[in-house]
Design a protein around this ligand. Structure first.
Ligand SMILES: Nc1ncnc2c1ncn2[C@@H]1O[C@H](COP(=O)(O)OP(=O)(O)OP(=O)(O)O)[C@@H](O)[C@H]1O
Ligand SMILES: [Mg+2]
Length: 276
């Protein structure tokens, strides 16, 4: 089971949309874990509040503090597809309950890694904005890949740079720690090369700027004609292929094996310095 964590610096670049879009085309079973300390958006947004807010990360955290969850993690998840391929561990309805998560992260991460059972399964974790109070640094340190989601504008890159640097200093380097890469929202291949040069980390993939398709995942808008072959989903399928290659390379290198996990204490990244 691989854990891919998605984070941003500021300015809502599209972490939640990218997480849901990638999950929708993930090649096997995937759990979307809403670990954003600011609270979950998927039930109110993508699901249009059609599902009651029950279970989710909070009840999983409370249960994981009592005993190892293993495959019991799925009891706290909600199916997003009828075939059970995509499930959601919904985020906090009340962010003030974040202290429960802080104490439960080690047990929750164990549960993420053990919940697969016999089936190929991965976790896509929406971890919100770096530097927010409650950023799940323990999850980031034990993820296989941390994707820093950003748009390529100068102001976005200026926000990203110090947080990326803090992450590089705070997280153990691969192969023990996660691979760090950028997931770009919008921009050409040339822009991706420039961003990679400016930030000094690879751009794992670029998702197209496509507001109509993004609104399906952000607000539960009905997909328009051509959604599946549109810019967002086409670029998302490519992004997932690129990510799978990265995960395969890492698995073949034997990186991030249990027992090589990073220490639980990771220096905090600097505060974001802006209102959410
Ligand atoms: N690829 C995209 N193209 C165009 N618009 C997008 C794209 N991804 C996201 N958006 C839009 O940007 C807004 C923010 O998206 P989203 O909620 O995914 O951001 P976020 O980074 O999770 O924000 P927050 O940190 O507030 O949780 C939404 O209105 C969404 O429709
Ligand atoms: Mg979000």
């Amino acid at each position: 089971m691989s854990v891919v964590a998605l984070v941003s610096a500021k300015h809502s670049p599209g972490v939640t949309v990218a997480t849901l879009a990638m999950a929708s085309v993930w090649p096997w079973r995937v759990l979307v874990a809403e670990c954003d300390p600011a609270g979950g958006d998927i039930i109110a947004g993508y699901l249009r509040a059609q599902l009651p807010q029950r279970g989710g990360l909070l009840t999983a955290a409370l249960a994981a503090r009592r005993e190892p969850l293993g495959e019991g993690l799925w009891q706290h998840a909600t199916g997003l597809t009828s075939d059970g391929r995509v499930s959601l561990l919904s985020g906090l309805a009340d962010p003030s309950k974040g202290w429960v998560l802080q104490q439960a992260w080690p047990a929750l991460i164990d549960a993420f890694q053990e919940a697969a059972g016999e089936q190929p399964t991965d976790v896509l974790a929406d971890c919100g904005r770096l530097g927010a109070i409650g950023t799940p640094v323990q999850l980031l340190s034990r993820a296989d890949v941390v994707l820093l989601v950003t748009r390529p504008s100068p102001i976005d890159l200026a926000r990203v740079r110090p947080r990326l640097q803090a992450m590089q200093e705070g997280l153990p380097p691969p192969p023990v720690g996660p691979e760090l890469a950028v997931l770009l929202i919008g921009g050409s291949a040339r822009v991706a090369r420039e961003v990679s040069a400016v930030l000094g980390v690879p751009v794992a993939a670029t998702l197209a700027e496509d507001s109509d398709s993004a609104a399906v995942f952000a607000f539960g808008e009905p997909p328009r004609h051509g959604f599946a072959s549109g810019a967002l989903m086409t670029s998302t399928r490519q992004a997932v292929e690129q990510l799978q290659r990265l995960l395969t390379r890492r698995a073949l290198a034997g990186a991030g094996k249990p027992g090589e996990a990073a220490p639980a204490e990771v220096p905090p990244v600097p505060a974001s310095g802006g209102a959410r």
